[in-house]
Ligand binder design. Sequence first.
Ligand SMILES: *Cc1c(COP(=O)(O)O)cnc(C)c1O
Length: 407
Amino acid sequence: MRPTRIKTREETMGDQDLPHPETRAVHIAAPPLQGCRPLSVPIYQSSTFAFDDPDAFAEAMSRPDGAFVYSRRGNPTVRALEGAIADLEGGRAALATASGMGAISAVLLSLLSTGDHVIAQRCLYGGTYSLLSELSTRFGIDVTYVSGTDAEEVRAHVRPTTRLLYLETIANPTTRLADLPALLGAGRDAGLVTVVDNSFASPLLCRPIEHGADVVVHSSTKFLAGHSDVTGGVAVFATEDTYRACWKNAVELGATADPFAAWLTIRGLQTLGLRMRRHCDNAAHLARNLAVHPAVKAVHWPGHPDHPDHGLARRLLDGFGGVLAFDLAGGRGAGRTFLSAVRLACLAPSLGGVETLVLHPASTSHRELDTAALQAADIGEGTVRVSVGLEHPDDLWHDFEQALSRI
Ligand SMILES: *Cc1c(COP(=O)(O)O)cnc(C)c1O
């Protein structure tokens, strides 16, 4: 059996009759058998593949789209997932990894060398920020941080050694949006490789390759798999050259996804359309109610008319997302009271699962920042982040309301 052929950009993007993403997410092709195909993609739980022909074996070793030979280099279940996400993102090919950080580190270590300069958005996922700091101190890769909202700022920081621009579609926990069309345009004009972390939006809400991104990375642990039961990542590439360069490094680094994790992700991906709609609707319901509650100082959600990027969100996103944050007027103490009082929502890191999760960034995900750094990152002492789940909206608000009443 041959691996799925890598699709051309035209095949994934140019076809006017292409069904909607919700439809494509449901129909994930399994490798064919003789005369039929399994409707559900099977788990190919095999670390290695046996050959009849020594020449075919030798040939299979050289390329990502050669025959399957060893699962660290490629596996049919993993390839089905890669094909599905490449299709949803409008990319040429994808690389599934063991975690989101596996995808991000494989991409950065593949594309960067000592002496290179990176421009990255200031408000980044913590693991990505740590990785960039390490690349800077240990491997001599200089990083400049920018707001992520101003293309002129990116242009002003480009140097002859600048190689890569790194952005996140929706930032955590502020829910600020990167102005992808403007920033990716500035990156392209300067000849930079552009990488966008699209974990918070998912390809149902935003497809950065359509706005000029070269690479899209995901923590599929979050919305793509969506059930808080699997750790995984994926990188999607606009060109085959970038894909091949990153595939080689990912295989060497051992960042590869496990077939069972890939299968769980496929299983989750098929309901992504339904789930994203409910995540967004529930977030809208909570945001509306939180905004008029006396204990709440501010709500941060791109769908809120007062959000600084609301206009951009209307242009960039096909839905305002399932993550919101709100600032309690009572500061850190109020945050603690709220978190101790919720009954339905769970106190947990991560996001994008079926259950509503809440956390207090100042004491958990962003605990290393002092008050000044928190302020610079636009995170208050009383900020609570919510990954809005799929519960009935009335039950969710009922839980939030009773928890707010304790403050
Ligand atoms: C969770 C997350 C990651 C890291 O993904 P893991 O699967 O935990 O390795 C990267 N970026 C964003 C935006 C995330 O939310």
